[in-house]
Write a protein that binds this ligand. Structure first.
Ligand code: FE2
Ligand code: FE2
Length: 506
């Protein structure tokens, strides 16, 4: 295959969020470009997209290495391409920011701005969006509002609807903080409808939390409570990306809401949760948010917002139970991921693969939700496996193996109350079973295992194969695909293997 084919195949896989496949194509492209004399421009472009691939996958150190490689190639050029330099600087800034290096990210953004002259509109808008986001984190709301408004004008001019809505959501956050409630409410309502329609659950939940904050500030705590409940429900069951920071934001609103309804115990509970999460953040600006839990005061509760029985038919306290279980579960998972750095991001990646496969297999909505939920927490039972065993480079002895084999069962128990009445615990319990009945812990086979569990079995194995582990380096995407093909009807359900292979077709 030639360089152009590797480039375009990489792009297709990247858009399908099949990152190991995109990495393989683009690494080949980079290698071939580097072999060409006088082709630093193309090598820089290849290193840049490879960096994006790692960045999207949450592997910021590797991403930064590739962005530095891209800069090195650019410096070799007699006439460096400003657009490419700018893209690299922007990507580097975003990766640094995600890594928690807020000040270095800002510096990098300043470099980007100094390069930008008559650059493309899209790049200009991205600079403004990033600068606005950093300003928001530093609580500079006027500045953020100006930056986001400028970015919005550009996106609207380009008719980029998706980017325009994300920018409007960002603008609304500043509007709420600046007390511009009428405009903020209109904007948020429009954004929520648009995100819901586009099935962009992550942003929908985010916008709902902001609207809850606004309702609280208007003296309508019960309305705020309903909105928090809706946001939590979406975060836990629909959104693939869930980190504890989003939970902290909801907990902060809940703390304010409960203090104004006079429920001091709950207010304290959510406050301590929010503070604890903010303080564990890498970015110093996010850590400062812990102080916000004390500051904000709503206007007095409005007469009209007296508790109505079963408001919107939502039982907040059931959702509250799930929230608390999930928050605890996420905390446990952070601990296990810290013990075994190689598995970092494993559950998130597995969740993404499950979502894609669920769509291809047309799983019904409830089954899909249960699968995504189970995927997020599937390895939580590893908390009981000692670090020494988890990170052992060689084969396990029988005693150690027995401990490892208990993690699916324990995981199922740990999440039982997080999504009551669902089949998610059964999916977790079955994630090391095999189609041919040779798995563990219960040696279930074919039809005894539900289809969502078969999806998780394949997604989990694919990610394990394509990640570095203590006992072996990562396999390439092609090698993993060959293993999956050879295990059709043995380890894996044939229909799931077919769905997985249809992802490779271009
Ligand atoms: Fe597992
Ligand atoms: Fe796993």
């Amino acid at each position: 295959m030639d360089r152009e084919t590797h480039r375009s195949r990489g792009m297709t896989f990247f858009n399908r969020r099949l990152f190991p496949a995109a990495q393989e194509e683009w690494a080949r492209w980079l290698e071939m470009a580097e072999q060409q004399p006088d082709n630093a421009q193309e090598a820089a472009a290849a290193a840049n997209v490879l960096g994006c691939c790692f960045s999207e996958n949450g592997r910021y150190n590797e991403a930064l290495d590739y962005f530095s490689a891209a800069s090195r190639h650019i410096r070799k050029l007699a006439e460096p391409d400003p657009a490419l330099s700018l893209k690299v600087a922007l990507n580097k800034s975003a990766a640094l920011y995600m890594k928690g290096e807020a000040d270095m990210a800002l510096e990098e953004l300043e470099i980007a701005e100094s390069i930008w002259g008559r650059g493309e509109d899209a790049l200009r808008a991205r600079i403004l969006l990033l600068r606005g986001a950093y300003a928001l984190d530093r609580a500079l709301y006027r500045e953020a509002l100006t930056l986001h408004s400028e970015a919005l004008t550009i996106y609207q001019g380009m008719e980029d609807e998706a980017a325009a809505f994300v920018t409007r959501l960002n603008r609304s956050i500043s509007l709420v903080k600046l007390g511009e409630f009428v405009e903020a409410e209109e904007e948020l309502a429009t954004c929520i409808a648009a995100f819901s329609e586009a099935q962009d659950f992550h942003h929908e939940a985010y916008a709902l939390t902001e609207l809850a904050h606004l309702k609280y500030l208007q003296g309508k705590p019960y309305r705020a409570l309903d909105l928090c409940a809706k946001s939590i429900e979406i975060m836990l069951t629909e959104s693939c990306i869930l980190d504890r920071l989003e939970i902290a934001n909801v907990c902060r609103i809940l703390c304010l809401v409960f203090s104004s309804t006079g429920d001091k115990t709950r207010a304290e509970h959510y406050k301590s949760k929010a503070v604890e999460i903010y303080q564990s953040q890498k970015s110093p600006y996010l850590r400062e948010r812990a102080d916000l839990c004390n500051e904000e005061q709503a206007v007095a509760m409005q007469e009209a917002d007296k508790r109505r029985e079963g408001t919107e038919g939502r039982d907040f306290f059931q959702i509250e139970l799930s929230l608390n279980y999930c928050e605890g579960a996420l905390r446990i998972m952070e601990l296990t991921e810290k013990m075994d750095s190689y598995t970092q991001g494993h559950c998130n990646r597995v969740m993404q693969y499950c979502t894609m496969l669920a769509d291809l297999l047309e799983l019904e909505q409830q089954a899909r939700r249960e699968l995504v939920f189970a995927a997020r927490f599937h390895d939580i039972g590893q908390v009981a496996v000692p670090k020494r065993v988890l990170t052992k480079p060689g084969p396990l002895d029988p005693g150690e193996w027995e401990v490892v084999q208990q993690h699916p069962e324990l995981g199922a128990e740990l999440i039982r109350f997080a999504m009551p009445g669902s089949r998610a615990p059964d999916i977790v319990r079955a994630h090391h079973e095999r189609f041919d009945g040779e798995g563990y812990p219960n040696k279930l086979s074919s039809e005894m295992i539900s289809l969502p569990a078969h999806v998780l079995i394949l997604a989990d194995s694919y990610d394990a194969m394509t990640s570095d582990r203590f006992h072996r380096p990562a396999m390439s995407h092609s090698e993993a695909c060959a293993v999956i093909a050879s295990q059709k009807g043995k380890h894996f359900h044939p229909a799931v293997v077919d769905a997985f292979h249809s992802l490779q077709q271009i």
